[in-house]
Design a protein. Sequence first.
Length: 184
Amino acid sequence: MGSLRVTLCTIAALGAVAVSPAAHAADGGVSLRPSSPSPGGDITLRVSGCPQRTATAASEAFVADAKLAVAADGTLLGESRIRSTAKAGTYDVKVACGAASRTSAVTVVRKGTEPSVRHGPQPSAPASPAAPVRAGGGGAEHLAMVDARAAGPGTAHTVTGLVLAGVAATAVALRSARRTRRPR
């Protein structure tokens, strides 16, 4: 997932949490957005009232444990992804916050049965890359990102141009010298 998309999703999730504080209190300060994701979907977790600066959220529904870190407002924020093989149903989410632990639940729904209510702005078209993807390539990324028109001529271009200009000047001088020696 691109960093811009992750940022927008996080902002949308934060806005949804701010609008519905009752969801926070009902789960002991644990908020999940969306609360009913489908398999393969991303989920944002927000935990309030934790004295630690980090926490871990674990669930059988998650691909990997979510690492939560302190956000600007003092709550803990993190993300995970629902396993693509997760069956529809309710899964416990356990948040380990220092010596304390909290439990919440996430309801995984079949694809295509997500709630019709969406929080925050939705993209009008699928996201597409705007720059080369960092995937190795042995330096090809640098070549793809360099725009020759913006970079201008380099030292090699300058030397080549000077050599060609010198050859042309020498040819013109020799030709004119030959013409002046010939009798008319």
